[in-house]
Design a protein around this ligand. Structure first.
Ligand code: AMP
Ligand code: ZN
Length: 114
């Protein structure tokens, strides 16, 4: 997808600090971390947002959660816990229009909305 910053990261046109990669999924450190550990997990297929997820793409969401747990184990924050956030669309505050899962970890998170 042209003009998608995350597609450019997947294609290697923009560098990233990679945490995990397989055929379908890429994870890298957020460039502007909100917490001591802030990792983004994305499907390599361009899916604009959670609202754009088709039936055939649904299995990737389960795989991404599996990868999130693997990363939590490998990076050493599984025991202490973490938060996973998906911003979707305008009201959800989504800025990059390529589906991504934020993993926030490394400190006690305060601001609970739910
Ligand atoms: P969202 O507001 O949910 O769309 O989140 C987009 C996230 O992407 C933000 O936390 C940004 O800091 C992050 N981001 C934007 N550009 C890059 C980049 N080139 N490398 C890593 N993270 C990025
Ligand atoms: Zn994209």
């Amino acid at each position: 997808m042209e003009d998608c910053i995350f597609c450019k990261i997947i294609e290697g046109q923009i560098p990233c600090n990679k945490v995990y990669e397989d055929e379908e999924i890429l994870a890298f450190h957020d460039i502007n971390p909100a917490t001591p550990i802030h990792i983004l997990v994305i499907p390599k297929k361009h899916i604009t947002s959670l609202a754009h997820l088709s039936k055939e793409d649904e299995p990737i969401v389960g795989k991404i959660y599996g990868v999130i747990n693997k990363i939590a184990q490998e990076q050493g924050f599984k025991q202490d816990g973490y938060r996973v956030i998906v911003n979707c669309g305008k009201n959800g505050g989504q800025e990059v229009m390529h589906l991504h899962f934020h993993i926030l970890a490394g400190k006690q998170l305060g601001e609970k909305i739910v």
